[in-house]
Design a protein around this ligand. Structure first.
Ligand SMILES: CC(C)(COP(=O)(O)OP(=O)(O)OC[C@H]1O[C@@H](n2cnc3c(N)ncnc32)[C@H](O)[C@@H]1OP(=O)(O)O)[C@@H](O)C(=O)NCCC(=O)NCCS
Length: 161
């Protein structure tokens, strides 16, 4: 399937579509309140969104921020549109995120440029998505914890692999 990738920042028009996508495909099914769309991470100086587009429509997205003062980036709100799941789109999003951080070592959007070599990419993975991250060589770190009422594990990927 032909998927186009685009890094955007929170100020770009396409971000509104990302918010709608996250709501329909991640937050609403989990019963997470609409206010959660106002994710404070989106307002961080070094936050970015990787958007997967098919025929100019958002079919997946993943947001990421640099953890200030560290060699780490955390991604959040990873989601693929329901009708597109199980077709390798999620895998392509994660691989593109890893490729950007490893090879480009910079993220450039309309309004922002982030340039730094990072060593670790991680997320708080929902228990039922852990197998997905493990397939992509992420490793569980630490014990299970509850966030937003759901079981999670911290999942880490070594960018020097
Ligand atoms: C989890 C999610 C992002 C996966 O995206 P996807 O496009 O369906 O996944 P892919 O088709 O790229 O799957 C890649 C591989 O992971 C496996 N996989 C996918 N979801 C899995 C899961 N929940 N558990 C175990 N393995 C899984 C696939 O079988 C595939 O394996 P293969 O490479 O051996 O064929 C998607 O199901 C989704 O958006 N879920 C709802 C939101 C969500 O839970 N997000 C995670 C937040 S932490």
């Amino acid at each position: 399937m032909e998927i186009e990738f685009k890094w955007i920042d929170t100020e770009e028009a396409l971000f509104e579509q990302v918010q709608t996508h996250r709501w329909i495909n991640l937050l609403q099914p989990l019963g997470i309140s609409f206010d959660y769309l106002e994710n404070p991470n989106d307002q961080r100086p070094n936050s970015f969104h990787l958007v997967a587009l098919k025929d100019d429509k958002v079919v997946g997205s993943c947001s990421l921020f640099h953890v200030e003062g560290s060699d780490r980036a955390k991604f959040y709100q990873m989601s693929v549109k329901k009708e597109f799941r199980g077709k390798g789109v999620g895998k392509k999003i994660i691989l593109e995120m890893i490729r950007t951080l490893k090879e480009d070592q910079k993220i450039k959007t309309k309004n922002k440029l982030f340039e730094k070599k990072l060593n670790v990419l991680y997320c708080h993975g929902l228990q039922f998505a852990i197998g997905f991250y493990e397939r992509l060589n992420f490793k569980k770190v630490g014990e299970m914890f509850v966030e937003e009422g759901y079981e999670h594990y911290k999942m880490e990927y070594d960018l020097n692999l």
